[in-house]
Design a protein. Structure first.
Length: 232
């Protein structure tokens, strides 16, 4: 197996500028490698830095210390030091992220939201929408909702839209933040099957799974992030 994600000596502190510059330590000296075909579960209690770590990999949070290297376009690129245009290019074709929250432009139909990652890499819009419909059908989202904005959907429906969008394009690397939260058992099983399929095609997956049963079903190993909590 080849490593698609290489993280070395990563550390993170938050500075509260509106509160006298108080620093909140989060992570210190974290190193981990994730190979193609692995699904690594981040283990640790709430507040241990799992979501912060995921956002650092995606480039939402800065990385003041350490390296976050991903294989992109045949090269190892350090997200921690990459310019914003490079980070956006990595997100477009290499790094997918399913967060716990759906953030979309108002009034855009659900089917177009799901199709957007495919359109972004040059796929024909009609073909992209056809792929989106297959995913929405698989995730049991009623067809009557496909032409509507998902902003008024229930939490479970929004989560399924989020998942469909994250899996529309076959990203080599996937970040999954509680992908089965808010889902009923049937849809949970569909999502777990989709994760297993992505893993089997060779994706490197890093996920937060508080559901032990879900973790056991799709993850190849666990990584205890609690061991790298920073001390004030």
């Amino acid at each position: 197996m080849s490593d698609l994600v290489t993280i070395e000596n990563l550390s993170k502190r938050f500075t509260l500028h509106m509160q006298g510059g108080v620093e909140i330590p989060v992570l210190s000296g974290l190193s981990v490698w994730v190979a193609a075909g692995e699904c690594v579960a981040l283990a640790g209690p709430s507040g241990s830095g799992k979501s912060t770590f995921m956002r650092m990999i995606y480039g939402n949070y800065t990385c003041p210390e350490g390296a976050i290297r991903v294989r992109h376009g045949g090269e190892q690129v350090d997200i921690a030091s990459a310019d914003p245009y490079t980070v956006l290019d990595i997100r477009r074709s290499t790094l997918g992220y399913v967060s716990q929250f759906l953030r979309v432009v108002p009034r855009v139909p659900t089917v177009e939201i799901v199709a957007e990652p495919l359109i972004a890499v040059g796929c024909d819009k009609s073909e992209a929408c056809d792929r989106a419909k297959v995913l929405l059908h698989r995730l049991n989202l009623p067809e009557r909702l496909w032409s509507l904005s998902p902003l008024t959907f229930s939490g479970g429906e929004q989560q399924r839209v989020n998942i469909a969008r994250g899996f529309a394009y076959p990203y080599p690397i996937l970040l999954l933040d509680e992908p089965t939260a808010s889902l009923d058992r049937d849809n949970r099983e569909v999502v777990l099957q989709m994760i297993a399929e992505a893993r089997d095609r060779g994706a490197a997956i890093i996920g937060i799974f508080h559901d032990q049963e879900a973790r056991d079903a799709v993850c190849t190993r666990a990584f205890d992030i609690n061991s790298f909590q920073a001390v004030a």
